[in-house]
Write a protein that binds this ligand. Sequence first.
Ligand code: NAD
Length: 452
Amino acid sequence: MTDRLMSLAHNPFTRGLVKALGLPQPTRLARAEGGWAAQPFANRVVVLGAAPGGFAAEGAQAAFTSGGARVLDGPPSDASQRVDAVLFDATGLGGPQDTRALYDFFHPLLPRLARNARVLVLAAVPDEAPSPAASAAARGVEGFVRSLGKEVGRQGVTANVAYVARGAEARLAGPVRFFCDVGSTYVSGQALHLSGDVRAASAVPLHAALSGKVALVTGAARGIGAATAERLAQEGARVVCLDVPALGDALKQTAARVGGEALLLDVTSPDAPVTLVAALRAGSGGVDIVVHNAGITRDRTLAKMTPEQWEQVLTVNLAAIVAIDEALLGTGALRDEGRLVYLSSISGVSGNFGQTNYATSKAALIGYVAALAPRLAARGICANAVAPGFIETAMVAKMPLMTREVGRRLNSLSQGGQPRDVAELVTFLSSPGAHGVTGNTVRVCGQGLIGA
Ligand code: NAD
């Protein structure tokens, strides 16, 4: 879909008018095309700092140096040199007096940030802190990062926080690479929880990361599902693409593009779980990654909603997923160290007018991953939800013009996301490098101002 304001703001003839009218002037966001590079930070300048007493800087430093970065401990001495990524280890904050370290570190760096730069702050888990004062300081980091994200978003800069549990600092390579590289372009203002409780991955390749893995993507004929299938295949996965028979042609095209298989199946049909397990077993014995992406909307205010509209949405977006998971987990078709990713929505976080059915289903998925994750940790399986904001797909094309325009702008980056942006996050969560990330719901919404 065309973003007309973006075009006008970057056209030399109309740029002045956009500015004079006080309209948002969204930055063109940097996006990757291929898969993850072996050295994603080659030719990039990274500034790494730490508050005294922290425990996570070493893991972060290793992720940057193995990725080819030039790592500095403060602003570059060459005044013209921009900074591509900034990471601050705040796990050592012991109380209110230590929060000043955030100001002292970031204040001089802000004018030096490159367009589309990345900011990541590591914090201790507040519940693990030795005192209420230390918990306060750890939780304060989240307010700092979310506010900073709103201030720097106009330059396409993102800011996120990762709470690092004791023992999880050895699992930072994947998250640091994702949150400090270009693929996280539409993920900002998020708090990720990194746990040491999941059985560690036997191998953590960070490049061609899904080589040898089998992935299932539901709703893969178009939109986010098709982009996800492509992205997983770029990292080396063999992708089984599933969608309803009515979209058979589009599905076959996706499958052909990614060198995978097309599986025509309605996830709500009573025999879908059995059929799916049989198909996955017949293919390569099982599956490593399942992306529950298929979803529908049937928007109406509750007063006007028919029982059918309620049922359809809850069945596709929730009941079918739970039934399929029971079959995948019950039969062992989902292999150890597997990854489950669920497409929730910001409507599930904040609710939305006319979407009681949809928001119920999407909020339910947030509760579902939180409950499922600890039950699967011993097998090394991670379960996470992704909550997209306004993503330019067929689903949002149906919106009335003004609703669509408001939805597109109400975020720190002042623009909609692309299906590829969601696919990048799903791919990270599907990777061995995400072995400390489970039970999370991560928004990919450009730091939406609604329900943030
Ligand atoms: P889309 O409508 O373009 O694609 C959804 C796909 O799911 C379609 O190909 C459809 O045929 C398939 N599907 C629907 N019912 C199915 C069934 N019973 N069995 C098998 N396949 C079925 O939607 P999208 O925008 O790409 O959204 C993908 C997911 O992301 C959905 O779960 C949606 O709720 C979620 N989401 C999207 C946005 C957005 O802005 N586009 C925002 C938040 C959440």
